[in-house]
Write a new protein. Structure first.
Length: 566
């Protein structure tokens, strides 16, 4: 492919051609840090440039021709070479095919993974031209018609073209060949695109004795999507391993990998985990879509008073700020949102995680690799020699890690990390259980933020209702407590899969270590007394913060009762 090396950035080209000012470019670059979108798309969204201007800049940068597909007549033999389902899934349009070279129009000529897939699928050379995404979509509709292919259609195609595989009986080269066949590639791509469009957080591929299930996790709950024939299990899991650069020959041990897929103009990061079971490998793909996960304190659900305190805390020059809660409650998202707020040229921020959850420009990010002894303590020891201002530790798991975190805090660094405890005050006793002296906790820890995620009432089918006494009692309320208050729930609709809920929001419990609490920690006071004092100091509990969300119509009594206890 021509133009593999970028001589100038898109921003530089646009600025040099007089299409944007330096101020507009700076604004776009700042927004790019958290949006997950390409700079060009951000500048279009902000109204600074047109799609045509961006297209010309991309063509100049990549040294490829910019074309208008509506002005071309595409030969039938070219259209026959590339199925409509592939054109839709990859957002490409075939333009010409001759001498074993397929010319395609694509909106991003630097999406090498798509070009490699096309080269592999069609066993030919790929030549690139650039066209606007809207122009490609219009051409696909013109030449291929509306999308009609479904998962069931692909299953039918697979049954006709892909041989059945039996676990343990196939040679590796046969599995690789079958996993690369067009119907399998189409199936995986369709499942992933649908998951991303539905804003699923995870996709589960689960083998059982007689069947094979694929499920999406939406707003914290799992939903069945499709049940492929059990004979496809090996081909599907092998295809996912290929995408994530995992060893398809290894089926006896768990593996972890990573993949990046391009959807439209944005990259979507995926974490892949495999786990051997008695009926074959279970695979889970975690989807980390920056467009879905907004890395901003404004988007998390903080009430104004808590948000103000959090902002003051993250601007401190040193100390430890802990986030606590169970797996999947949004701790990492909260910490990255905080880092995003203080991410600037004046500060050096280093994160150490297992694995790195979000790629955030401006941060130095380290991924733990236990197999080569790159553990949290080892990484932290070397990170402190890198002259950081802020450190984020993915999780405090052992005594050595927490001691390193405290050392970093006491030597003038701001440290963010997470713990698994049920509430904020329990984090103090957890640290003591890990062998930390109370005087070190009192000296180093600035605040502890406990959190949970509750489902939001669907905005399309939200309706007012009157809860009965039993419902109210589940969250510690009585009829006389709620006179004049309004309650809501979702009746269920197509938008929310008839669940009554769409999206999630955080509920929080912020414990700030004021002087009286530090004294109690030194005196080794029990957790219930620490909690009572924190409430007297003004801490709002998880339950009470959730009640505010209920009374403001954001979530339901039922949802709050399932997450917290009175």
């Amino acid at each position: 492919m021509q133009g593999n090396f970028r001589s100038k950035t898109i921003g530089d080209i646009l600025r040099e051609r007089g299409l944007i000012s330096q101020e507009a470019l700076n604004e776009g670059l700042e927004l790019q840090k958290t949006s997950g979108l390409a700079l060009g798309q951000i500048l279009i969204n902000l109204g600074f440039i047109s799609e045509d201007a961006l297209l010309k800049a991309v063509g100049i940068q990549a040294k490829v021709e910019v074309i208008d597909l509506m002005e071309l007549s595409i030969p039938k033999e070219t259209l026959d070479k590339v199925p409509g389902s592939i054109a839709r899934l990859y957002s490409i349009m075939p333009v010409n095919y001759e001498s074993n070279t397929l010319t395609v129009a694509i909106s991003d000529p630097y999406n090498f993974s798509i070009l490699d897939d096309l080269r592999f699928m069609f066993n030919c050379n790929i030549k690139v031209k650039v066209a606007a995404l809207s122009n490609i979509s219009a051409a696909i509709k013109k030449y291929y018609g509306a999308a009609t292919e479904s998962v069931d259609d692909i299953f039918s195609e697979i049954s006709q073209n892909v041989p059945d595989l039996v676990e343990g009986s196939e040679k590796i080269e046969n599995i690789e060949e079958i996993a690369a066949q067009l119907p399998i590639v189409k199936l995986i791509n369709l499942i992933l695109v649908q998951a991303i469009n539905n804003k699923a957080s995870d996709v589960h591929f689960e083998p059982f004795q007689d069947d094979f299930k694929i499920r999406y996790r939406l707003d914290g709950l799992l939903y069945d999507v499709v049940s492929p024939p059990k004979t496809l299990h090996l081909a599907i899991t092998s295809r996912i391993k290929v995408i994530a650069n995992l060893n398809i020959a290894e089926t006896r041990l768990p593996q972890d990998g990573r993949a990046i897929v391009k959807i439209g103009l944005r990259n979507v990061d995926m974490r892949v985990s495999t786990l051997p079971t008695i009926f074959g490998e279970s695979v889970v793909i975690r989807i980390l879509d920056k467009e879905t996960v907004k890395l901003s304190l404004d988007e998390l659900g903080f009430e104004d008073d808590i948000k103000k305190r959090v902002v003051n805390l993250i601007r401190k020059p040193y100390g430890i700020i802990l986030s606590t809660g169970p797996t999947g409650c949004g701790k990492t998202t909260t910490q990255y949102s905080a880092l995003s707020m203080i991410n600037n040229a004046e500060q050096k921020i280093i994160t150490v995680e297992d694995p790195v959850e979000f790629d955030l420009p401006g941060l130095v990010q380290v991924s733990i690799r236990p197999k080569i002894n790159l553990t949290f303590p080892v990484a932290l020891r070397h990170i402190l020699r890198q002259d950081p201002d802020v450190i984020m530790i993915g999780e405090i798991r052992d005594t050595e890690t927490v001691q390193m975190a405290i050392h970093a805090s006491l030597t003038g660094h701001l440290v963010f990390s997470t713990l698994h405890t049920n509430d904020a005050s329990s984090a103090i006793t957890r640290l003591i259980d890990m062998g930390v002296e109370p005087f070190l906790i009192a000296s180093a820890v600035e605040a502890i933020l406990a959190q949970r995620l509750v489902r939001c009432i669907c905005g399309e089918c939200r309706q007012e209702y009157t809860p009965d006494e039993k419902e109210l009692s589940e969250v510690g309320l009585k009829k006389e407590n709620v006179e004049g208050k309004f309650f809501y729930k979702g009746r269920g609709c197509d938008v929310c899969n008839n669940s009554g809920y769409k999206g999630r929001i955080g509920i929080f419990e912020l414990l700030i270590l004021e002087e009286n609490l530090r004294s109690m920690i030194l005196d080794k006071s029990p957790v219930n007394k620490l909690r009572l004092q924190a409430v007297k100091n003004g801490m709002r509990t998880l339950h009470d913060d959730g009640l505010l969300k209920v009374l403001s119509g954001k979530t339901t009594i039922e949802e709050l009762a399932s997450i917290t206890v009175v």
